[in-house]
Design a protein around this ligand. Structure first.
Ligand SMILES: Cc1cc2nc3c(=O)[nH]c(=O)nc-3n(C[C@H](O)[C@H](O)[C@H](O)COP(=O)(O)OP(=O)(O)OC[C@H]3O[C@@H](n4cnc5c(N)ncnc54)[C@H](O)[C@@H]3O)c2cc1C
Length: 297
């Protein structure tokens, strides 16, 4: 299906894009990789009359590390998957390399994904687990938003009208830290049925100092699993604690039945994924090299 008619505007800078969107009003949208917006327009679920293209703005796609890992909003998923800088935060590679198929990964951007706030998207649980900060520019100027305050609800973020994301800053994990992101999918070009993001810092090989556990796809927004974090912080890192983590994840998940599986299937899957993600994160925190990728069922 063809989208409805729209006027195309090419911005040369972020300030120009913000000014254009402010002027064009409610019927205008920013265009990044187009991997969510264009399908929605073709289905006529979104009918903007103006698109402001961010793709020709210089220096908006980068990954660099200076104090924190800084990722430009227009950075494609595939760039993150292939970046040695991003590999310092292993959970980022797990996520980026598993999103959809190569076509989507080469076009879709981290900024567009976050702005879309799709509850089935992969980036939100991962960035929440890392404690990222979102840098934004709008008519009122620049500001930084903690990721925990950025996603408000399904398809609803803290961005104000005509405000855009310019950068995502991710704290570099300290010594004895490791993270992992595992998602269960039916096939590459579909969104996950369930996913779990874990970031851990160890005191020594047997005790956790800091833990974050987030679920993706299993509610209207990514969900923190406080009981799983508590179990890992207070218990021995053995099978009994893993069982508590699995149970806590299953109790917290709020999946719905749909074409990706029944609610019960997703709940059970989330419990199993949590075990895989925690074990991989612990091994990485202990200095072992562990490959993690999306799992297919
Ligand atoms: C077949 C298919 C499978 C997919 N599977 C997955 C998957 O498994 N996991 C996953 O996470 N994603 C998946 N996606 C989505 C993909 O990751 C997209 O990259 C992402 O949803 C949107 O990014 P984009 O750059 O394409 O944004 P666009 O589609 O261009 O924009 C999306 C929205 O964000 C706004 N926007 C864009 N950039 C900015 C910005 N910098 N600041 C403010 N607003 C902005 C736009 O105005 C629009 O409203 C899939 C997409 C397709 C088509």
């Amino acid at each position: 299906m063809y989208p409805g008619a729209f006027a195309y505007h090419r911005a040369q800078s972020y300030s120009e894009a913000v000014a254009q969107l402010s002027e064009l009003g409610e019927d205008a949208r920013f265009l990044a990789g187009g991997q969510s917006l264009i399908p929605l327009m073709k289905l006529r679920l979104s009918t903007p009359r103006h698109l402001v293209d961010l793709n020709f703005i210089p220096e908006t796609s980068y990954i660099c590390s200076n104090g924190a890992l800084r990722i430009g909003a227009m950075t494609r998923h595939s760039q993150i998957a292939g970046s040695a800088d991003a590999a310092q935060v292993t959970i980022l590679h797990d996520c980026a390399a598993g999103i959809a198929d190569p076509q989507v990964r080469h076009m879709g951007t981290i900024g567009g994904s976050l702005a879309e706030a799709d509850p089935t998207g992969d980036w939100a649980p991962v960035l929440l687990a890392t404690g990222a900060t979102v840098k934004a520019l709008g008519p009122a100027g620049e500001r930084s938003i903690d990721i925990s305050e950025f996603i408000l609800d399904a398809y609803n973020s803290a961005l104000q009208p005509a405000e855009l994301i310019t950068e995502i800053a991710i704290p570099l994990p300290g010594a004895r830290s490791g993270g992992a992101y595992v998602a269960l999918k039916r096939c590459a070009p579909v969104y996950a049925s369930a996913s779990v993001a874990v970031q851990i810092t160890l005191i020594d090989d047997y005790r956790c100092d800091a833990v974050r556990v987030y679920l993706g796809v299993l509610g209207l927004t990514a969900t923190r699993v406080a009981a799983a974090e508590e179990a890992l912080l207070t218990g021995p890192l053995d099978g009994s604690t893993m069982e508590k983590v699995r149970q806590a994840v299953m109790d917290t998940a709020e999946p719905t039945s749909d074409m990706r599986g029944s609610a019960e299937y997703k709940r059970q899957a989330a419990g199993a994924l949590a075990k895989v993600a925690v074990e991989a994160a612990l091994k990485r925190a202990r200095g072992e090299h562990v490959e993690v990728s999306h799992l297919y069922a």
